[in-house]
Design a protein around this ligand. Structure first.
Ligand SMILES: [Zn+2]
Length: 423
C-alpha cells in the first residue's frame, strides 16, 4: 500500500498501483516524503476524493494495536511496542536528586512541600504512554484521511452490570451479549485466577462457571466464578469438589480499580478530533471469536474499527518505541577509584547514530551499538544479531535516520474467516 498526499500535504486515499506510482516518481509528478510507511506527495493539483475510513485503536500498557479500515479493505495496520523503562528512569532521577539535596551545601529553603500537582496530573509512566498513543493517532492522520476514531476504553461495561435495565441503542444486543460483558467483569474481579485451585493446576485456559445453573441462578455476577478448565471439567465429571466458600450469593470485594490510562487517552482524543467513539473489550473479544480471527493486537484493532471482515493487507508494521536521549546523569554508577563513568558515545560515529535504519546484504537492520573502529552491532527488531554483531560500516547503507520509534514490516498471522451461518 502506498500512501498519497496531495499538493498541500493533505492525505488522500492510498493506492496499490505500484506501476503508476513508479511512473509518477520518474516523471517528477510526485516525490517520496516517507519510506516506512511508504508515502508520496503529488506535485500537481488533484480532486480530493476520499471514502469513510475508521481507525480502531487497541490501547494497552505494553502494546498498541492500530488498524485503519474502510468497509471493504484494510488500509493500515500496526503493532506498537511501548517503552518499559520510564519507572526505572524516574526512580534513578529521584535517587540522584535526594543524594544531591542531602549533601552539605549552603543553606537552601526546603522545597519539597510547597508545590502542587496541576490539574489532570498523571504519573510520568502513564503520561508517557498516553502521549505515545496520541502521537500514533496523529501519525496515522498524517497519511490517511481518517473520518472516525474508535477506542476500547475498558474490558467490560460496569454501568450495565450495576443496572441491567439500562436503555440505549448499544444495549439492545440480547442476553448472550450481556453474558459476555458479565463474564469479562467476573474474570477481572477474580484477578484472572482460578478460584478453586488458585492457579496451582497451571492451566491457562479460564472458564466462567455458573454456581447454580443458568436457568435458576441467572447471569448475575454473584452466581459466576472463575475456574480453570482443569477444575471446571473436573467439577462436572465429579472428580473435583469446589471449596465450601464458593456458593451462590457469596459476597465479593468490589472491583474498584479501573484503568485510568485508557479513559484519559479517550478524553484527550475527544478534545483533538471530531468523531471519536468508544467500545468495550467484551464486544471486541466477541467479534474476534465469532469471526475466527487470531489473537493479535492489530487484529483486535481491526475488530474495534468495526470492519472485522475487511480484506487483509497481509502485512503489518511492527514499531518499537525507543528512548531519544542518553543523558550522562543516568550513568551515575561510581566506578572504582571514585570516578563517575563518562558518557562515551559520540553523537556521530562514521556518520551514523544509534538506531539508524540501515541495509546490509539486502535486508534491513538497526544499529544497536557503534565502535570507533567502524564496526557496528546491527540487529533486527527481534534482537537477532548479524554475524555475532560485528559489521564494518563500509558494508552498510543508511536507509533512514533514527526516530522515536523503530519500524519494520512483518507478515500477518494467517487465518481463514469463519463461514457465516445462515441460522
Ligand atoms: Zn483450577
Amino acid at each position: 500500500m502506498v500512501y498519497v498526499l496531495n499538493k498541500n500535504g493533505v492525505p488522500l486515499m492510498p493506492t496499490k498501483r505500484h506501476g503508476k506510482v513508479r511512473r509518477m516518481l520518474k516523471n517528477g509528478q510526485a516525490k517520496v516524503v516517507r519510506r516506512c510507511p511508504f508515502t508520496i506527495q503529488l506535485l500537481y493539483d488533484t480532486t480530493n476524493y476520499t471514502q469513510p475510513i475508521n481507525l480502531g485503536i487497541d490501547a494497552g500498557s505494553k502494546h498498541i494495536g492500530v488498524c485503519a479500515t474502510t468497509e471493504k479493505e484494510e488500509l493500515y495496520c500496526a503493532d506498537v511496542e511501548l517503552r518499559k523503562d520510564i519507572v526505572d528512569l524516574i526512580s534513578t532521577r529521584r535517587e540522584n536528586r535526594r543524594s544531591r539535596r542531602n549533601r552539605k551545601t549552603r543553606y537552601r529553603k526546603a522545597r519539597f512541600n510547597n508545590r502542587k500537582k496541576g490539574d489532570g496530573w498523571l504519573a510520568p509512566s502513564i503520561r508517557q504512554k498516553i502521549d505515545c498513543h496520541l502521537q500514533i493517532v496523529e501519525n496515522v492522520h498524517k497519511i490517511l484521511p481518517i473520518t472516525k476514531i474508535i477506542v476500547e476504553t475498558a474490558s467490560f461495561d460496569i454501568q450495565k452490570i450495576k443496572n441491567p435495565n439500562i436503555q440505549g441503542e448499544e444495549y439492545q444486543q440480547g442476553e448472550q451479549f450481556n453474558f459476555w460483558n458479565v463474564r469479562e467483569y467476573v474474570l477481572f474481579r477474580d484477578n484472572h485466577i482460578c478460584q478453586c485451585c488458585k492457579g496451582k493446576s497451571k492451566d491457562n485456559i479460564l472458564n466462567v462457571h455458573h454456581i447454580e445453573s443458568r436457568k435458576t441462578g441467572g447471569d448475575a455476577p454473584n452466581n459466576l466464578i472463575t475456574l480453570c478448565e482443569t477444575c471446571h471439567s473436573g467439577y462436572h465429571k465429579g472428580t473435583v469438589t469446589l471449596p465450601k466458600t464458593i456458593h451462590r450469593g457469596m459476597t465479593f470485594r468490589d472491583a474498584t480499580f479501573m484503568g485510568v490510562m485508557r479513559w484519559a487517552f479517550y478524553n484527550e482524543l475527544k478534545k483533538r478530533y471530531v468523531d471519536v467513539s468508544m467500545t468495550y473489550g467484551y464486544i471486541t473479544k466477541n467479534t474476534r471469536i465469532k469471526n475466527n480471527l487470531p489473537k493479535e493486537h492489530y487484529v483486535d484493532a481491526r475488530c474495534i474499527s468495526g470492519n472485522p471482515l475487511a480484506k487483509s493487507l497481509g502485512y503489518y508494521y511492527f514499531e518499537k518505541k525507543i528512548r531519544r536521549h542518553n543523558r550522562q546523569i543516568h550513568k551515575s554508577k561510581i566506578l572504582k577509584g571514585g570516578r563517575r563513568k563518562r558518557n562515551h558515545a559520540e553523537y556521530l560515529v562514521k556518520g551514523y547514530r544509534l538506531f539508524d535504519k540501515v541495509s546490509y546484504n539486502g535486508h534491513t537492520y538497526f544499529i544497536f551499538g557503534r565502535r570507533k573502529s567502524g564496526f557496528f552491532d546491527i540487529r533486527n527488531l527481534n534482537g537477532d544479531k548479524v554475524n555475532k554483531g560485528s559489521i564494518s560500516c563500509k558494508k552498510i547503507k543508511l536507509i533512514e535516520k533514527a526516530k522515536g520509534y523503530l519500524a519494520e514490516i512483518r507478515k500477518q498471522a494467517m487465518w481463514e474467516y469463519a463461514i457465516p451461518t445462515t441460522a
